[in-house]
Design a protein around this ligand. Structure first.
Ligand code: SF4
Ligand code: SF4
Length: 420
């Protein structure tokens, strides 16, 4: 069996619906976190007035990327709220004055930015990877290595999530324009938009526009879950392998929502203060894709779209069913890298049984690891050195396939944490 797996697909719950907006939260709670790093210094105090796009915090260390307010109003408190990985993080509570007073930034026409101005704009607007990892995007372009290719990841592998799909269906011209501008500004040779083979409706729509952009190539990739992982995507789209990062080979990979955030930064000087989130799952009355402000309480959005079918025996997942994190309740707030909130019927955990050495976890792993051996040798540092658990991308496939119900992803995650 090749790595990756064709999974069940519940995208139909939201795929063909209009995007709606929920932009009027009374309070927002801006998480002081970036790429799971909570080492952020707040730059405001209680009573300060902020605008939409004002800088309210900054990460310490090398990758100094600012964090912005998503509303205009008054800073009223610092409180802890759950982040998408379930961790409690410090948030700045801001009372919305509903005036939408905006912080102004200088802008140019998309293609007229110099490389330095482009990098500066991405940095000052706080553009980060929106596919889940939250890595500061400017860093990928601010390199000494000559870059030659941009791959835009529009594969959206996780079952249920359609945020990128509806973004493309509604904003393809802005996305293609931005890809073209990035190519020119960074003197790239090639720009690739990677979509899944089965996504024919999307392709038909893109086909109507792509003729204007002669240098942009659309590449159709496998329908298997796992193809959205950067390493698998680069291999399938460019036939290139690398050691740690695609940048080593002059390749940048950006998620398609990140491209739209770059568009907002270049065209309007907008900081990353809102995004589309897929609110879905069988236990929501009306699953929807919603444009929401960063810091909005998830419970408020769910209420605004019709609420739950019932209030007990439900399970919340921040993210998709494969890579997301199960949370105890809906107290989570929206962060720039939250692409989905999934509300499912709760289920009893399958009782774990002894491993039957079937090898299925090995055959599906897109990182070519041996999950079963990592589990067996989780306390043996020497063996772990050979088994390389740090390469695990936490896709959840080994968990999904294991007939013995062994929580492999969780085990490998703790092994990785233990090695840090
Ligand atoms: S969770 Fe990690 S070990 Fe398991 S299949 Fe995915 S990459 Fe491989
Ligand atoms: S899939 Fe589960 S039962 Fe099969 S080898 Fe891996 S850990 Fe063992």
């Amino acid at each position: 069996m090749k790595a990756g797996l064709k999974l069940f697909n519940n995208k139909k719950l939201t795929k063909n619906k209009e995007i709606i907006s929920y932009k009027k939260p009374k309070y927002v709670y801006i998480p002081l976190v970036n790429q799971n790093d909570t080492n952020i210094t707040p730059l405001v105090k209680k009573g300060d007035f902020v605008k939409v796009g004002s800088i309210v915090g900054k990460r310490k260390g090398n990758l100094r990327i600012p964090i912005h307010s998503s509303v205009s109003g008054k800073v009223i408190d610092f409180v802890e709220k759950p982040y998408l990985n379930g961790q409690m993080v410090k948030c700045i509570q801001i009372e919305n004055d509903f005036e939408e007073t905006k912080e102004k930034r200088e802008v140019k026409k998309l293609h007229q930015y110099t490389k330095e101005e482009f990098v500066h704009q991405l940095k000052s607007c706080g553009v980060i990877g929106m596919g889940g990892n939250g890595f500061p995007t400017y860093v990928k372009y601010d390199q000494d290595i000559p870059l030659h290719t941009l791959i835009v990841n529009a594969t959206e592998c996780e079952p249920y999530i359609t945020a990128d799909y509806v973004l493309m269906m509604n904003h393809i011209e802005e996305i293609l324009d931005t890809m073209d501008a990035i190519m020119e500004i960074n003197h790239l040779d090639e720009v690739i938009l990677a979509i899944k083979k089965s996504n024919q409706k999307l392709w038909k729509m893109i086909h109507n526009y792509i003729g204007t952009y002669l240098k942009i190539k659309v590449v159709f990739v496998s329908d298997k879950y796992g193809i959205g992982w950067e390493r698998a995507l680069v291999q399938e789209a460019k036939h290139v392998t690398y050691d740690k990062y695609p940048l080593e080979k002059g390749i940048v990979v950006n998620n398609v929502s990140t491209i739209y955030a770059i568009y907002q930064a270049l065209k309007y000087g907008n900081a990353l203060t809102e995004r589309i989130v897929t609110f879905t799952g069988e236990m929501l009355k009306e699953p929807q894709n919603v444009v929401v402000k960063v810091g909005t309480p998830v419970s408020e959005v769910i209420e605004s779209i019709g609420g739950y079918k019932r209030n007990n025996d439900i399970r919340f997942v921040a993210g998709g069913p494969m890579m997301g994190h199960t949370l105890p309740n809906d107290e989570l707030v929206v962060s720039p890298n939250l692409n989905c909130v999934l509300v499912l019927k709760d289920w009893k955990k399958v009782e774990e049984r002894p491993c039957i050495r079937c090898g299925k976890c090995v055959s599906v792993c897109p990182a070519k690891l041996c999950p079963v051996l990592i589990k067996d040798y989780q306390k043996n540092k020497r063996r772990l050195g050979e088994l390389k658990p740090e390469k695990c991308v936490e896709c959840g496939l080994c968990d999904y396939i294991c007939p013995a119900g062994i929580p492999l992803r969780e085990i490998i995650h703790s092994v990785k944490e233990g090695l840090k």
